[in-house]
Design a protein around this ligand. Sequence first.
Ligand code: PMP
Length: 361
Amino acid sequence: MTTLDDLPLRDDLRGKSAYGAPQLDVAVRLNTNENSYPVPDAVVDAIAKAVQAELRDLNRYPDRDAVALRTDLADYLGHGLTAAGVWAANGSNEVQQQLLQAFAGPGRTALGFGPSYSMHPLLAAGVGSRWIGALRGPDFGLTPAAAVAEIEEHRPDVVFLCSPNNPTGTALDPEVITAVLDTAPGMVIVDEAYAEFARPGTPTALALLPGHPRLVVTRTMSKAFGFAGGRLGYLAADPAVIEAVQLVRLPYHLSSLTQAAARAALAQRDALLATVDAIKEQRDRIVTTLRERGTAVADSDANFVLFATGPDQKAAWQAFLDRGVLIRDVGLPGWLRVTAGDPVETTAFLSAAASILAEEI
Ligand code: PMP
């Protein structure tokens, strides 16, 4: 049998394993920060109609620049944005990959503050860039001074900031973002995949775009919109940044079916985003309940919660799975992450937690 060792694989990819949480067939799946609510029937019908209307023209390539979709996304984001300042791809992962292809690449560096989204270093590795893993503070926060010190030391070509941060849920103070923008010599990507779940008063980096041409804010329809299977991520930035990613994107990267489905979903956004408040309620319920039981929990502005398990988080993860609840071991010793689901799923998680965490403590 041929193994990877037999192939002329890039040296820097040898010994690596592919990213991915286990996709197990378990009753309660709270491991990938999806939206637990299925697409409502009215939205299913609207998307079906929009996709149907594209089918006869599948012999033609789609709009390479997805202008209509970008116009709709700009309208959703507000902040005076237009299609020229918005770009879309197959998930925000692809958006970030394109950004790294354009602004990092071989011989360049990208820096992020861990614990954070584990795809950022993998995307950097994929384009041949060196990853610099700076750290957040003990409370998972980041101060302007700490961020600036790392950037002054390493002078990275690309900085990743994640707010609200995966896996901790922590939102960044805009002062951190402005301090980073003032110091960083290269591009600053603020990953706002979970922005819609932030508690009231949490600012978005979109407000900082005017006057900051090296700032990029990435978003996704995978979480709040419940459109993870549709694969639609996007960014907002200075139009020059969009010109840059167009140098590296594959032609016709976004299928006409994806573009049509995403536009139909955006047109129905009130129905889709109606789940956000319900999810936030369950998120806050998890935080409050676990804290009442004496468990350490990180503040969350996202649709998930990071909680302490005692020293052996791997055993705790398995104990949840044994009780039919799939959550996420993000590789942080002593911590696990759970997605806020619907009330029934959340109850299942909390009752499993009641026995498991009591044993661990
Ligand atoms: N950024 C963060 C912080 C995420 O947690 C995720 C999904 N896990 C993504 C980006 C990528 O999401 P998608 O490619 O589905 O847009």
